[in-house]
Design a binder for this molecule. Structure first.
Ligand SMILES: Nc1ncnc2c1ncn2[C@@H]1O[C@H](COP(=O)(O)OP(=O)(O)OP(=O)(O)O)[C@@H](O)[C@H]1O
Length: 310
């Protein structure tokens, strides 16, 4: 459906995006993940033909968007990072205003506004002015605006930054619903791993303008498949136990935090009974020993050596 082909954007001598390749198939929810400044917004701006790439091409249904942006612009809905609604207008009036820009009118516009208000959970607040809304409600209205013209492809640029958990959940559920019920294709950018993990079929991870990993969640997590993480919790840890874990040749790494020790071992190693034995010898009473499955956060840490929120 939509493809970024070896695309780069240079601001003076600085590459905001470098040699990015990406594709979006119809019906997918794609996650674009990366910390602040990774180049996500710049990539989206090129994808939606808001800015021109320095090099590379954007292709929509196999035609160049750079040469002819019209066909893509008709089917795209964009939820920008900055909220773009009129504070002195009510929710309904905002939707009327933007609906007219999309050339909707009369009963079509009215029906669409009702549908959109229901989708974003603002039916009860339709006649309240937007400036009275919470940050989360403003964002939901902003999403509503992007949905007015029934876009085939919805692009959301960090739609949950700085909002309350309830609105955040509402937005995540709405994204799932739009995809499941309307077969809407969605590109969702975020710097929250857990959101992307919850929503997306395939994921692209960017850092400092570069693509550092891409694939399905399972494929990306397989990057870490050489090792597994075991979390050991105890009432009280002691030096003898920690030292014994450090000295154990089958264990690659040990980190300690209050009543918890994290042990990293090669996937094929079965360390369970050894940990129980070492605890017994050191007279440490264990509460639990859990094997953790890798998260995307772990993948980012593994690839960059930094936590995503650094
Ligand atoms: N118009 C511009 N001129 C110069 N530098 C820019 C411009 N737009 C973006 N940049 C720089 O490019 C880099 C990538 O920015 P971008 O906004 O694409 O990142 P992002 O991943 O979307 O981050 P954020 O979550 O903070 O929006 C940043 O270092 C930013 O300062």
């Amino acid at each position: 459906m939509l493809e970024l082909v070896d695309i780069s954007k240079k601001f003076k001598q600085f590459y905001a995006v470098k040699n990015l390749n990406m594709f979006i198939e119809k019906g997918e929810i794609i996650g674009l993940l990366g910390p602040n400044g990774a180049g996500k917004s710049t990539a989206i701006s090129m994808l939606t033909s808001l800015i021109e790439p320095t090099t590379g091409d954007v292709r929509f249904n196999n035609s160049s968007v750079i040469k002819s942006p019209g066909p893509l612009r008709k089917v795209i809905g964009m939820v920008p990072q900055e909220i773009a609604i009129y504070p002195d207008l009510t929710a309904k009036e905002n939707l009327q205003f933007f609906g007219r820009i999309y050339r909707l009118s009369g009963s079509d516009l009215k029906r669409k506004i009702d549908e959109v208000l229901d989708l974003v959970g603002l039916t009860d607040r339709r006649n309240d002015v937007a400036k009275k809304f919470s940050g989360g409600m403003k964002r939901r209205l902003n999403i509503g605006v992007a949905l007015l013209h029934n876009p085939e492809l919805l692009i959301m640029d960090e739609p949950t930054v700085g909002i309350d958990p309830q609105s955040r959940n509402y937005i995540l559920e709405t994204v799932k619903r739009l995809n499941a019920e309307k077969q809407m294709t969605i590109l969702y950018t975020s710097h929250y791993m857990e959101e992307v993990e919850f929503l997306c079929d395939r994921i692209y991870i960017m850092d400092k303008g570069n693509l550092i990993a891409s694939g399905t969640k399972e494929e990306i997590k397989r990057i870490l498949s050489a090792e597994k993480t075991i979390v050991v919790k105890a009432d009280r840890l002691n030096e003898m136990f920690i030292e014994a874990l450090h000295d154990e040749p089958m264990i690659n790494r040990v980190t300690t935090k209050e009543k918890e020790v994290t042990v990293i071992v090669p996937t094929e190693v079965n360390i369970f009974s050894k940990i129980l034995k070492l605890a017994e010898e050191a007279e440490v009473k264990l509460q639990s020993v859990d094997i953790q499955t890798a998260t995307l956060e772990d993948v980012f840490l593994h690839l960059t050596g930094r936590a995503l929120r650094d």
